[in-house]
Design a protein around this ligand. Structure first.
Ligand code: SF4
Length: 556
């Protein structure tokens, strides 16, 4: 098959805060380098006519980005230094924050807000709005930004990353070309930067092929499910509440959040650690139960849900990060696990990782050296930065909660007083899917949950609110590597947990006995990656669908 080739100098994969910050910072550093060379303050050659490209699989910039976003402004303050006119479109400065403890029927405002949940000086934001603004800023700085460009394959030759292959457009469900078939082009670059978000497809290819996770701890993930509500009455923007307790027990890690935004919008979400034991755990259902709690209900009852989304979160921290550099390659943002799970913040770290990548790349461009040895400078810069200090202090935090809430609180307390060390450093970690226990230990009660369609919704109603759409006549982007396992061992041993953990009703078991089969409603997929992470046999592979497919989030 003939494929077009596009040659660029630096390719950023994914238009999230990490890549957009990296591309913007790189463009400004190149200009600064050239000014210094011209003025004689720096030796060497000017870097002229370079192409910096950011590609994004979503239909538009921001349509696949989601966060319960309370932004530590540190990242933007550094990124935008010298650009006083550039102000991120935050919703509001945080005006009140609290920890709410939810019992079965009542909620209490904790008299003390734990230091890690204090958000004074931070900003509530819609990450979708933020990245759209960042993309415009990038374009003003001569960065090219292409949406609907799903990178499907990392191009690696003799251990060197050459660029990426974009997924084909116009294949039918059996993979045969349709009349509108367009083979995806190969985008070749001197440096490819992966910032494609959590559990990135290309990042996993790089990790497997180049051994980037050797001697690293497994990543620990969570899944966040959220809705935006139009509140029934006026709300003051900038209120940030985190909740603990209902509907979770003491074995699972997670909690809820309630943030208020402009225009009387309320951002509500629930995060569940993807290292739970009960195979019937359903993050979407837990979120509905959270909303139905009297404390939460009173805030939104009579209002209207206007948007829905879900996304996995990398919570493992420093010891779970892959080696983020290789020949021609850097990995940044959520793809590399730049997230502080104790403070529930990652945007400032994503921005910083993009900036550190840019500083490494400008040096590589000036020396025309894109080898592992040169790009290792990214790791060295990271280790000297505040981002490393922040992650070092919480390096064992999330691991502490793999044995339940009480053990987690005990270890987290010890770590607090020992600079993150605690009893053992690093704390032993298990991949989340290995924590899932057999169905026989968690018999399901069988009662189908009920939703009223006003305050609580079933998964399909929520998918409707996510504006998700995929071309139906295309190969299914969720690859089941051993389908027979689903109707045999998985059904018996775990009761097909994909039906529960997927927050978009993609996986459905139909028939029974010998006719039992798995139906994959891939057009519902909101691209959260939970199935790729939590499937107990690791036989689900999430791959990018045809460009532009997926949710079309505007304000998440
Ligand atoms: Fe998330 Fe997988 Fe369901 Fe898609 S199919 S919504 S990635 S769990």
């Amino acid at each position: 098959m003939d494929r077009e080739q596009l040659e660029v100098d630096v390719l950023f994969v994914g238009a999230g805060p990490a890549c957009l910050a990296g591309a913007l910072h790189l463009s400004r550093l190149i200009r600064r380098h050239n000014q210094k060379v011209c003025s004689g303050a720096r030796s060497g050659q000017s870097l002229n006519d370079l192409t910096i490209l950011v590609i994004e699989k979503g239909k538009e910039i921001g349509s696949h980005i989601l966060s319960g976003a309370v932004v530590n402004p540190k990242g933007f303050e550094e990124l935008l230094e010298g650009m006083p006119e550039a102000r991120p479109p935050y919703e509001s400065e945080v005006v009140d924050d609290a920890l709410i403890i939810l019992g079965k029927k009542k909620g209490y405002r904790s008299p003390i807000t734990p230091p890690n949940l204090k958000n004074h000086g931070y900003h509530v934001a819609s990450l979708g709005k933020i990245v759209r603004w960042m993309a415009e800023l990038c374009e003003e700085h001569e960065v090219e930004v292409y949406p609907e460009f799903p990178a499907a394959q990392l191009l690696i030759e003799e251990g060197r990353v050459m660029g990426v292959r974009i997924g084909d457009k116009g294949l039918d469900k059996d993979g045969n070309p349709k009349p509108n078939h367009e083979p995806g082009m190969d985008v070749l670059a001197k440096v490819t930067v992966l910032g494609e978000g959590v559990r990135g497809t290309l990042t996993m290819q790089a990790e497997e092929t180049l051994g980037l996770t050797d001697k690293r701890q497994p990543q620990i993930y969570a899944t966040g499910v959220k809705e935006i509500w139009q509140a029934p009455k006026e709300v003051r923007p900038g209120v940030v509440y985190h909740t603990m307790g209902h509907p979770l027990g003491t074995e699972e890690f997670g909690g809820g959040f309630i943030y208020t935004m402009q225009d009387n919008l309320v951002d509500l979400g629930f995060v569940v650690g993807l290292d739970y034991r009960n195979p019937g755990t359903d993050p979407h259902l837990l979120f509905q139960q959270f909303k139905a709690h009297p404390y939460v209900r009173k805030l939104i009852e009579g209002g209207k849900a206007v948007a829905y989304g879900a996304k996995a979160i990398p919570e493992g921290g420093l010891y779970s990060m892959p080696r983020p550099y290789a020949d021609g390659l850097l990995i940044i943002g959520d793809s590399a696990g730049f997230l502080d799970s104790q403070r529930l913040k990652g945007i400032h770290l994503a921005i910083k990782s993009g900036m550190l990548a840019a500083e490494t790349i400008v040096e590589a461009l000036a020396t025309e050296d894109f080898s592992t040895e040169r790009l290792k400078g990214f790791q060295e810069r990271f280790e000297e930065s505040w981002a490393y200090d922040e992650l070092w202090k919480v390096r064992n935090f999330r691991q502490s909660f793999q044995k339940g809430f009480y053990s987690g609180m005990f270890h987290a307390g010890l770590q607090f007083f020992s600079g993150g060390r605690g009893f053992s450093d690093p704390m032993p970690t298990k991949a989340g899917h290995e924590m899932m226990e057999r169905l026989s230990r968690h018999p399901q009660n069988g009662a189908a949950p009920e939703f009223d369609g006003k305050l609580t919704f079933d998964k399909l109603s929520d998918v409707f609110l996510s504006d998700t759409a995929h071309e139906e006549d295309q190969p299914c982007h969720l690859k089941i590597l051993e389908p027979d396992l689903c109707t045999s061992r998985c059904s018996e041993e775990y009761g097909n947990p994909c039906q529960h953990f997927c927050p978009a009703h993609v996986y459905e078991m139909t028939g029974d006995g010998k006719d039992l089969r798995l139906q994959v409603n891939f057009t519902n997929c909101v691209h959260c990656k939970t199935c790729d992470i939590m499937d107990p046999y690791q036989i689900i592979r999430w791959t990018p669908p045809e460009g532009g497919g997926g949710p079309d989030w505007k304000i998440l």
